[in-house]
Design a protein around this ligand. Structure first.
Ligand SMILES: Nc1ncnc2c1ncn2[C@@H]1O[C@H](COP(=O)(O)OP(=O)(O)OP(=O)(O)O)[C@@H](O)[C@H]1O
Ligand SMILES: [Mg+2]
Length: 316
């Protein structure tokens, strides 16, 4: 390589000085197949989509390789299309969710009513193995109601309302979302780190509260997992909710000292239905992502611990 512009350095997470004089296919092996194809004579340049993984983070690039003419030099241009890919996946998932919700919801009510009817009608009559009979009908009713709840969440995700923007103090929104958890989780130490002055911004209060709530919920569940793995940590859970106004941007940061985000496929956690929890729908972060996007913002998950060593906790 003999020329790397600053945007390329930033996008690749590599230093230009380290790249000059190296082979591009060595420095960024993911570009290898594109370069190989560009070498073929009479090949018209096309755009490919590739995925780069660096420090636990996954980014999507649209890459185009053009030959300088003599077949010796190449110009590689690439755009970071990660946000676009996430938005496309999210829309596709919303469509799937809508269909699933529609197809599954319809038979659920008759199943539940039938099971309840069987229990009522035959519960008294059955004398043999009555316990098993009750266990089975209870299981059907309970599981069907669990599926119903999940389906409701799917359809709520598919029909996410359009935001109604009004001027709100973000501090109040964060304070309120945290307050609800403070009441129900006295075992966790909550800290609010808010500016002294109001942070007024155009936002949809209900949606923003939902986004912060989802993050704090994840934080508290991360703490629960840490305690499950190491019961000695009971009572040491800490969650900090921070608001900072920077120019015309507002940063809302939720930090916890729980189990930490999974190391692999960190960016995919934002995708709908990505969950590591038995009872999770995996919609929490997808909803946060959608809401931040609607507010012209971005959801950032923290980098791997080593890369963000100055943070003691985990930021979302
Ligand atoms: N603060 C956190 N600490 C540890 N892991 C987290 C945290 N936040 C998110 N995660 C990980 O990201 C995954 C996706 O989170 P998301 O909120 O989208 O879904 P979920 O929490 O699993 O389900 P739901 O939000 O429906 O309860 C979680 O399953 C968990 O593995
Ligand atoms: Mg969640």
């Amino acid at each position: 390589m003999n020329l790397v512009n600053p945007s390329a350095e930033e996008l690749l997470g590599l230093k230009g000085d380290d790249l000059i004089g190296t082979q591009l296919a060595d420095a960024v092996p993911e570009f290898g197949p594109q370069l190989k194809r560009a070498r073929k004579p009479a090949r018209r340049p096309g755009t490919d989509q590739i995925t780069l993984r660096r420090r636990g983070s996954e980014r999507n690039f649209a890459v185009r390789v053009t030959s300088e003419g003599d077949g010796q030099g190449y110009v590689v241009t690439f755009d970071d299309i990660t946000e676009l890919v996430i938005a496309q996946r999210s829309t596709a998932w919303a469509d799937v969710a809508r269909r699933i919700a529609h197809e599954i919801k319809n038979p659920l009510t008759p199943i539940q009513l039938s099971a309840e009817r069987i229990r009522r009608k035959y519960g008294k009559v059955i004398t043999e193995d009555r316990e098993i009979f009750e266990q089975c009908t209870d299981t059907i009713v309970r599981q069907v109601s669990d599926i119903g709840r999940m389906v409701d969440e799917f359809s709520a995700f598919a029909r996410m309302p359009k935001p109604v923007m009004e001027l709100h103090d973000v501090r109040e929104i964060v304070r309120e979302a945290v307050f609800l958890f403070q009441v129900s989780r006295p075992d966790i130490d909550f800290t609010l780190d808010l500016p002294d002055k109001p942070v007024k911004t155009m936002s949809d209060q209900r949606l923003l509260t939902q986004a912060v709530t989802n993050l704090v919920k994840n934080a508290s569940e991360g703490i629960d997992t840490a305690i499950e793995n190491d019961p000695d940590r009971a009572g040491t859970g800490e969650i900090t909710a921070k608001v900072a106004a920077k120019g015309d941007r507002v940063h809302i940061t939720i930090i916890d000292n729980g189990c930490g985000l999974p190391k692999e496929d960190r960016d995919r956690l934002i995708e709908p239905y990505m969950t590591t929890r038995v009872k999770g729908t995996g919609l929490g972060l997808a909803i946060v992502q959608r809401i931040t996007e609607q507010h012209g913002g971005k959801l950032r998950l923290p980098m791997l611990r080593s890369a963000a060593a100055k943070w003691r906790g985990h930021r979302c």
